[in-house]
Design a protein around this ligand. Sequence first.
Ligand code: SDX
Length: 429
Amino acid sequence: MSDKSARLIIGNKEIELPIHTPTAGPDVIDITKLYAQGDVFTYDPGFTSTAACDSTITFIDGIKGELLHRGYPIDQLAEKSHFLEVCYLLLYGELPSATELEDFEARVTNHTMVHEQMHNFFRGFRRDAHPMATLVGVVGAMSAFYHDSTDINDDWQREVAAIRLIAKLPTIAAMAYKYSVGQPFVYPRNDLDYAANFLHMCFSVPAEKYEVDPILARAMDRIFTLHADHEQNASTSTVRLASSSGANPFACIAAGIACLWGPAHGGANQACLEMLKEIGTVDRIPEFIARAKDKNDSYRLMGFGHRVYKNFDPRATVLKQSADEVLELLGVENNPLLQVAKELEKQALNDPYFAEKKLFPNVDFYSGIILEAMGFPTSMFTPIFALARTVGWISQWKEQISDPNLKIGRPRQLYTGATKRDYTDIENR
Ligand code: SDX
């Protein structure tokens, strides 16, 4: 803690508020005692200026366009590391030794199957249910099957719950996809790595041999890494708020999945690809840019803009490179959607409206193009985001419930409703 402080003058009162200095980023003014001392609340809907917690996991510099996981830049992790190693880093704070990594990967691999009875859950859904609806339901139901990892006060159970969620989300997401296309579920295989296993569970069928293309598996793994964690975004904050009540980890992650689904958040990858398809050809781009700029039109360019980044989202930069590589590998480098996306980015970035508002492509702008080229329907884009983000959610969950000073999150409000009044009998209304 620092010895700096801020002084707040309220009427004839002067309140001194401590200032905490972070290892990176802006100082924070500690207002925990403000209501008791000043009988006032602060007001910040959307949390544009509010730090809701302290954390050591992820740091974002929105001005520089920098994203660090435990201090390591995302572009280095995307190039040199792989998803399960990044999972270890997020969960435990340091890069693993070779032995630690081997042990961690073995623990995850041995938890990839789901309880056989969970298969029945899927049959309760319509085949055309959005896979995010299935994911929310089945992940929440995990608390009905894994009772031996729901006691959040037990270190061992917390650890097992984290491993189970990281291990089983790909299996559940793949089952949601298989169910939606009427194909049989495919069991995980212990001889495949995490990303290859997911592709195998999604795209193999009993009728023929399926070999995972190692380059596609590498691209899939990189997409997982780029979506792993992102500080206190809406879905992570949802997980933290849910966990502050002592809810079990499966319920908390199901809450995070529900929040991620929205098109302003993780649902933007699906919405972005649908937007690119609606634009269709580069000559229609000006029409859509005009709509996005029109104050009287709520239309927004999906995959553009970010609450924190006022520069390029470093993940979008890596994904743009990946899109070129994957589409070339698949022989679809002239993919019209990629051409529209690149031209849309170019025109938007040269438009004063986007420049003034510092709107750049975000993580969702290019990811959908890669995922569609890999064979996924748009409805699977957000489930893939959710399975990758599970490690971020569960790392932030672990950090929060390990805090001995944890209190239940309970925001207040600026009340603008009716003041106290007496009930009126119906004959007098
Ligand atoms: C993710 O928080 C995270 O870290 C999230 C995420 C993660 O990894 O967890 O990074 C993942 O959710 C990425 C964002 C995906 N969403 C989209 O791509 C949807 C399109 N983008 C927007 O809806 C918007 O940019 C948000 C929601 C991402 C951010 O919204 P903010 O921070 O609340 O910004 P804002 O709505 O106040 O916009 C500021 C201005 C507004 O204009 P004015 O009212 O000031 O005149 O910029 C405009 C907005 O109208 N604006 C856009 C725009 N985004 C913002 N105008 C056109 N197109 C857009 N995409």
